[in-house]
Design a protein around this ligand. Structure first.
Ligand SMILES: NC(=O)c1ccc[n+]([C@@H]2O[C@H](COP(=O)([O-])OP(=O)(O)OC[C@H]3O[C@@H](n4cnc5c(N)ncnc54)[C@H](O)[C@@H]3O)[C@@H](O)[C@H]2O)c1
Length: 279
């Protein structure tokens, strides 16, 4: 679906690739950009920053909360009308501890935001799109949604879930011959700060490149896109090599299983008071 002339909603649109995609959508002539993010101050700042580029509307929302999404959905509908393109981009990574050291709250937050959050938001918009027989839903998952990496078990679980769900919805819509399309994007590590500190033999990607390729995938109605292209071979390699060989070649020799050892993540993450209290 074309970006030009359409209303684009991006969750997690105040930082990283979400923010860059928002700017690019306005530059491509989107009729309106809607930004949903948990960070209210950042929403205000980004709306102000982008207002010279086109029509921008922002709403603070916690995508792990159906009630918060309902409020944002109603307010957005009143202010902007229909959403043509939904990009589920909001996501978190909590730490680089082994699974045995995680807490219940780490599990809940990771799955609630990375997996259930995209489902909750999509559920609000998919039937609007189906009834218009037009629309596009893009879900940003991760190559960690195909690859099991140590010290990111929760993140990997959340992205495997998101990948399976997203691709299933794509097939459902395709089988009902709907003109609502779904694109699943599975990027390798991106230099946004989310995974600050990681060390990777494979190139860490530029955020602008991932944002540009994601929007191009939407414009070409691509069903699934690994970024870079080599990510498409992960499943092939897993199918060809016995597990021990795969662990040895990609985990030990290529160093993928040591990637998270030096992870620091972002030093400062601003969260609303209710979430800070629960942490
Ligand atoms: N950075 C990477 O290396 C990488 C690699 C593959 C996939 N991804 C995925 O790409 C997406 C964007 O990554 P990024 O690096 O640009 O992230 P980022 O941390 O720069 O931005 C994430 C945004 O999501 C928002 N957010 C977090 N929790 C939220 C919630 N509950 N409700 C609403 N908004 C919330 C944050 O405030 C932030 O603005 C994420 O889904 C991430 O998992 C990232």
């Amino acid at each position: 679906m074309k970006i030009q002339g359409n209303t684009v909603l991006i969750t997690g649109g105040c930082s990283g690739i979400g923010k860059i995609m928002g700017r690019m959508c306005l530059e491509k002539g989107a009729s309106r950009l809607v930004i949903w993010d948990i960070n209210g101050k950042a929403v205000e700042a980004v709306v102000k920053e982008f207002s010279s580029l086109g029509s921008v509307y922002g709403h603070q929302v916690d995508i792990s909360s159906p009630a918060s999404i309902d409020k944002a959905y109603e307010d957005t509908k009143d202010a902007c009308g229909d959403v043509d393109i939904l990009i589920n981009c909001a996501g978190i990574v909590t730490n680089n501890k082994p699974f045995a050291e995680q807490t219940d709250l780490d599990i809940i937050r990771t799955i609630d935001i990375n997996t259930k959050g995209a489902m909750f938001v999509t559920l609000r918009y998919i039937n609007d799109m189906r009834s218009r027989n037009a629309g596009h839903i893009c879900n940003i998952t991760s190559s960690a949604g195909m690859l099991s990496l140590p010290k990111m078990a929760l993140y990997a679980a959340s992205k495997w879930g998101a990948t399976g769900w997203s691709d299933s919805v794509r097939i459902e819509l395709q089988r009902e011959k709907s003109r609502v399309h779904v694109t699943t994007i599975a990027p390798y590590f991106i230099d946004t700060g989310m995974f600050a500190g990681i060390r990777s033999l494979f190139k860490i990607q530029k955020p602008e490149t991932v944002a540009r390729k994601t929007l191009r995938a939407i414009e070409h109605d691509r069903g699934y896109k690994g970024i870079p292209f080599t990510q498409h071979f992960i499943r092939l390699m897993q199918g060809i090599f016995p597990v021990r060989w795969f662990d040895f070649i990609f985990g030990d020799i290529c160093g993928l299983y040591r990637v998270m050892d030096h992870f620091t993540g972002r030093k400062t993450v601003s969260l609303p008071e209710n979430i800070k209290k629960a942490s």
